[in-house]
Design a protein around this ligand. Structure first.
Ligand code: G6D
Length: 337
């Protein structure tokens, strides 16, 4: 296994590095310390051809200018908080009147401290930052570390820890968009998605959960058995920007039959937001083509959005003296494995 650090660019006077982690199968995991962004994951298809399976850009300037959170670590709180209010605090309102993905100049747009970690069976990069008291309206100095490990079995493990000195909120996610066809050569419509999710959170027109958890049975949102995304989106023309409650083994599986690549996601979080990119029509290019509907799918493991206003959702309150610990594990395979 090999871990390399190389210059990637400059952001507000700070140097940005790219880390290239190569395992013994020559599968590659790339990330940068701007936004703790995962910039590339190159894994084999069923014939052994290695290609990139996540959406990203070639250079830092594009991440700074255009990114819809490609590969980024999002925080303090992923998703929307209605009206940006919590307790007596007013958080920044950067999505209509709501607070979204941590607000203005959030974790995905900061340069993190970073260092390579080498262990017996895995290599990784530990990113850390101190979010000061008052950051985007949140109380408390919050120390956050996210470590991305890459193993010889093509597993990306994400471990998050955080501590605060005042009661605050913390509900991060990683916002990678997957496309298992390789180098975005096909859309995600022929991918199948399967999730251990019996219910989903109903949301209003501004994408805030109403608080009602509805059964997926007999709806377009039933992914308990593998379902072609084209079929699911045919049944639900607006696509998915939807929080699902994970249950049982909490496993999510994405497969692309043509390449033979599969991704299995396991986590200790309560929910996953599935964002199918339906309706996206942007001016920037990804792999040489305009970013448009269904070029990728984001699978954002987290606690429910707007959990602060819904006691029925798992709490995202972090108290001083208690360490937040969460993980998500992404396993890439082909049929021969
Ligand atoms: C998140 O749920 C949100 C979307 O609504 C948003 O457009 C995207 O991030 C950038 O997944």
């Amino acid at each position: 296994m090999d871990a390399r650090k190389q210059h990637y660019g400059w952001y507000e006077g700070q140097e940005v590095f790219e880390y290239v982690l190569t395992n013994d199968q020559q599968a590659v995991f790339r990330c940068i310390n701007y936004g703790a962004v995962v910039t590339g994951i190159e894994v084999p298809d069923q014939w052994g051809k290695k290609e990139n399976v996540v959406l990203g850009f070639k250079q830092l300037e594009d991440y700074v200018k255009d990114s819809p959170y490609f590969g980024a670590f999002v925080g303090r709180v992923a998703g929307r908080i209605a009206d940006g209010t919590w307790s007596t605090y007013q958080l920044t309102q950067n999505n209509r009147k709501h607070h979204m993905h941590g607000g203005e100049h959030n974790f995905s747009q900061l340069v993190w401290d970073s260092q390579i970690v080498q262990e017996d069976n895995r290599i990784g990069v530990a990113f850390s930052l101190m979010s000061p008291d008052g950051d985007n309206g949140y109380p408390g100095n919050l120390r956050v570390t996210v470590t991305y490990y890459w193993t010889n079995d093509n597993i990306w493990e994400m471990l998050v820890t955080a501590e605060t000195d005042q009661t605050t909120l913390f509900n991060p996610t990683n916002h990678t968009y997957f496309n298992l066809s390789g180098n975005t050569k096909r859309k995600i419509l022929e991918h199948t998605l399967q999730m251990d999710a019996e219910s989903y959170a109903e949301t209003d027109k501004t994408k805030i959960p109403t608080g009602r958890l509805l059964p997926v049975a007999e709806t377009a949102l039933d992914f308990r058995e593998p379902k072609r995304l084209a079929d699911a989106i045919n049944e639900r023309r607006e696509g998915f920007d939807t929080p699902f409650k994970l249950s049982g083994a909490k496993t999510i599986r994405l497969c692309e039959p043509e390449s033979g690549r599969s991704l299995k996601i396991e986590t200790n979080r309560e929910a996953v937001v599935v964002f199918s990119t339906t309706g996206m029509d942007e001016d920037y290019l990804v792999d040489g083509e305009k970013m448009s509907s269904h070029r990728g799918i984001a699978l954002e493991t987290q606690e429910f959005p707007d959990a602060v206003h819904h006691p029925e959702f798992r709490s995202i309150i972090l108290e001083p003296g208690r360490m937040h610990r969460s993980f998500t594990k992404y396993t890439f395979t082909t049929p021969t494995e």
